[in-house]
Design a protein around this ligand. Structure first.
Ligand code: FES
Ligand code: FES
Length: 198
């Protein structure tokens, strides 16, 4: 488990009208991108603040900061969650995945590759949140007994993520392409194991 340094006092407003609240710290223990961490943070911090200002994981964006835009979306125990309206102390012992943990072994995730190749990110501010919602959709699709890639399902999965630049078309195309690729790969693997067994 990684023990982080005490909270950076830059983020503690000790002159605040409620100094006792500002100074009250807690230790949050959780898994972040597969690694156990114990982080000292003010009790009122959100998960987004903990990720960005204590762990330095600045991929998740602080957009509206009130649950409207989806830019702060992370996976909490595999489910898309708005980290700007989730208290850090409420996720003790749980598993958080952020965009920084999406690729494996230095390789981009198929979603990231498709987004780059198809120009599905413009300013990129919404992209980390969109990618995490799309990753949850792909996990659900892969675990389905009869997986079918449908545009309507992709649109529903990304319904909480606002994008001001792309008009969504390229985002949907990229997610569709990554989903198709992953299903084809799983089918090829399943066919190979059937051949090996026979
Ligand atoms: S920053 Fe969390 S929903 Fe907008
Ligand atoms: S790419 Fe700019 S907000 Fe989505």
């Amino acid at each position: 488990m990684t023990e982080t340094a005490p909270v950076d006092s830059t983020f503690l407003d000790t002159t605040a009208a409620e100094p006792t609240r500002a100074r009250r710290l807690v230790i949050c223990r959780l898994q972040v991108n597969g690694e156990g961490v114990a982080v000292v943070a003010p009790v009122h911090w959100t998960l987004l603040e903990l990720l960005r200002y204590q762990l330095g994981l600045i991929g998740s964006k602080q957009g509206c900061d009130k649950g409207d835009c989806g830019a702060c979306t992370v996976l909490l125990d595999g489910k898309p969650t708005l980290s700007c309206i989730t208290l850090a102390v409420a996720v003790q012992g749980r598993c958080v995945e952020t965009v920084e943990g999406l690729g494996v072994g230095g390789e981009p995730h198929p979603l990231q590759r498709e987004f780059a190749e198809r120009g599905a990110a413009q300013c990129g501010f919404c992209t980390p949140g969109v990618l995490m919602s799309a990753a949850a959709y792909l996990d659900e699709l892969s675990s389905s007994a009869e997986p079918v890639v449908r545009q309507a399902d992709i649109a529903a999965a990304l319904g909480g993520n606002l994008c001001r630049c792309t008009g969504y078309t390229k985002i949907f195309e990229a997610v569709h392409a990554a989903a198709t690729q992953i299903l084809q790969r799983s089918k090829a693997l399943a066919d190979t194991s059937t051949d090996d067994a026979s």
